[in-house]
Design a binder for this molecule. Structure first.
Ligand code: ADP
Ligand code: MG
Length: 606
């Protein structure tokens, strides 16, 4: 292996005089403690290394040892249900994972990895082959199903698979383990390649974090990834394999929104990257995930979640890597034919890590002090989101949701601005809405989704044939509201024509009954597409009824005073999933109210 001698150290970055050839992006170990690092620049006789651990003990003269391979992580069944640092080394935070991660000797109270620790110890898993000796295999071929050791099939949780690594050569199986348990890193299959070589496949394999995993092809994104949040699923939907950015100032609800989506969205696997945010928030999230029951399996939600944590007190370079580690893990599950959702909170902290390392390198700073390659790094990250046909011929997806925390809520700053160019959905959090405790504080006029048109067909197939019409109608009413509100402030609401007062009333209903949805309400924290569709239709009927009554001279205030209006305003908080009868009641009451108001003599207008 190549060696080098450290000559200069600045924070997480060091330079070393090389005595051999290093690869760009090669993993290295530094100093006596064998700290993990990565070569980020190669010159003739000098390498620059970014170190993923505390460098305060390093001195010039300390050796740097090459590994001969790119910075990579070991991907295997043991990842699920655990918490790692930015390089997939297991950590424990406040003991939250002590139980689910018993094989690691990490002190339960330490939010740190041991210096020089490479990766999680290999666990043991049950392997049931689905191929046979003599079968031909190629990169990505599924060799069998993998489950936790000793678990009954009924309590297995998520089905996992053992794959031929995506960079392996095609060949024929010459040896194969019987069904039984195996260590994650032990060979379960031997493949003889066409040129006579042989290689082993284990339940886990290594993959370089900065290299997208290959797929057979990208598929169109025409299925929604349901979040359970009405404002998202109905107004600004994200497709499976899509991307969304959530910019918002401090305290506008980015973390709560990402966590709510993590809990309730319909992805098979959640990869949650806590990037540079407060450690106690992540500890809280973990505790909650352990407690929460996965509606599909009845097991703790944590069982199908991977948490990658690089809180603000951890080394800055590992934070830079955590985004790539997260998306590589997501791709690994995608390659097993699963739908994966990756949440990153916050990409701004990641960009700051990039800026700090760049500054140490003495690179010319660009906008906001960020390096000029900020934009292309963001593009590289978001482009790894996709719905794909896997090498094995299955369908899988990675959807990416990234929070952005612009300093002082200014959306024109570089990270927000560049991110906007690469994402399909923008869910812009609004300070004024948050201050009014209107959650989720997503602003309906500054947010957008490029997938709405493509997803209308899915809603049709679910029986919601007016989805697209109602969506447009809602958005138009909300736009009109913004304009009319300004006017109302000047001339007063009472002086406005009845048509405009009706518009304000309808917009109020959309906002309060549909868009507002508390993450902490037992009944309303999540809404199935069926419940969303029913509510959307009811509000649509109300809007139609208002129009009709207006034509007949009934002023909007009469509708406002009717009990049905109050009932509709409260339906999200009061009518739980599956209680379709109560929604039907509202529908009947609306019809009855319209009949009554039409029959009563119109009020004399003064
Ligand atoms: P950020 O991550 O943007 O700084 P948080 O997600 O921590 O902000 O939200 C701040 C506070 O706002 C939360 O502690 C919670 O009280 C409130 N909040 C945010 N989103 C919601 C929501 N969807 N439902 C109810 N309360 C919310
Ligand atoms: Mg936050």
């Amino acid at each position: 292996m190549s060696r080098a001698i450290t000559t200069w150290i600045s924070g997480p970055v060091l330079r070393a005089a090389s005595e051999g050839a290093f690869l760009l992006r090669e993993a290295v170990v530094v100093g006596e403690d064998r700290l993990l690092g990565e070569v980020i620049r190669v010159a003739r006789e000098e390498i620059t290394v970014q170190v993923y651990e505390d460098t305060s003990g390093l001195r010039p003269g300390d050796p740097v040892e090459g590994s001969g391979r790119l910075l990579s992580i070991r991907l295997g069944p043991g990842i699920l249900g655990n918490i790692f640092d930015g390089l997939l080394r297991p950590i424990g935070v406040d003991g939250a994972t002590a139980e689910s991660c018993p094989e690691t000797e990490m002190a339960a109270d330490a939010a740190w990895v041991r210096p020089g620790m490479r990766e999680a110890p290999a666990g043991r898993f049950r392997f049931a082959p689905t191929v046979a000796v003599g079968d031909r295999v190629a990169a990505g071929t599924v060799l069998g199903e993998v489950g936790p050791e000793g678990a009954e099939p009924t309590e297995q949780g998520l089905r996992q698979r053992c794959l031929v690594p995506p960079d392996a050569a095609p060949g024929e199986i010459v040896e194969l383990a019987d069904a039984g348990t195996a260590a994650e890193d032990a060979a379960v299959c031997t493949v003889r390649t066409d040129d006579g070589g042989e290689y082993d496949v284990a339940l886990s394999h290594r993959w370089p974090v900065r290299l997208p995993r290959p797929v057979a092809k990208r598929l169109p994104t025409d299925e929604p990834m349901l979040t359970g949040q009405r404002i998202l699923d109905c107004l600004f939907p994200i497709a499976r394999g899509g991307t969304a950015s959530i910019p918002g100032g401090f305290g506008t609800g980015k973390t709560v929104l990402l966590e709510t989506i993590a809990k309730w969205c319909d992805a098979d696997v959640i990869v949650y990257v806590g990037c540079g945010e407060r450690g106690n928030e992540l500890a809280g999230l973990l505790a909650e995930f352990l407690e929460l029951e996965d509606p599909r399996t009845g097991r703790p939600l944590l069982d199908r979640t991977v948490v990658i944590a690089n809180t603000s007190n951890m080394p800055v370079a590992a934070r830079e890597a955590s985004i790539y580690t997260g998306i590589t893990v997501a791709e690994y599950f995608r390659d097993q034919g699963l739908d994966v959702a990756l949440m990153a909170d916050s990409t701004s902290r990641w960009a700051e890590a990039l800026r700090e390392v760049s500054g140490r390198l003495g690179e010319l700073p660009g906008e906001g002090g960020y390096p000029a390659y900020l934009s292309s790094r963001l593009a590289d990250f978001y482009e790894r989101a996709a719905r794909v046909e896997t090498l094995a011929g299955d369908k899988g997806s990675v959807s990416v949701l990234g929070a952005v925390s612009p300093p002082s809520g200014d959306f024109s700053e570089p990270v927000t601005n560049h991110t906007r160019r690469y994402v399909g959905c923008l869910w812009a959090l609004d300070v004024r809405r948050a201050q009014a405790r209107f959650y989720p504080a997503i602003h309906p006029l500054t947010s957008y989704s490029d997938s709405a048109q493509g997803l209308a067909r899915w809603w049709h197939s679910e029986g919601c044939t007016r989805w697209e019409t109602l969506r447009r109608r809602f958005l138009t009413l909300l736009e009109d509201e913004a304009r009319l509100e300004r006017m109302a402030r000047i001339i007063g609401r009472d002086a406005m024509p009845a048509r405009q007062r009706l518009t304000l009333l309808c917009a109020q209903l959309i906002n309060q009954a549909f868009l507002r949805q508390s993450a902490f309400s037992e009944i309303d924290r999540y809404a199935t597409p069926q419940r969303q569709a029913v509510m959307m239709r009811l509000i649509g009927s109300f809007i139609d009824a208002g129009d009709k009554l207006l034509e007949e001279g009934v002023p909007p205030e009469r509708i406002n005073e009717a009990p049905i209006f109050r009932a509709l305003m409260r339906m999200g908080e009061e009518i739980p999933e599956g209680d379709w009868e109560r929604f039907s009641e509202l529908d009947r009451e609306l019809t009855a109210t319209v009949r009554r108001l039409r029959e009563e003599p119109a009020e004399v207008q003064v």
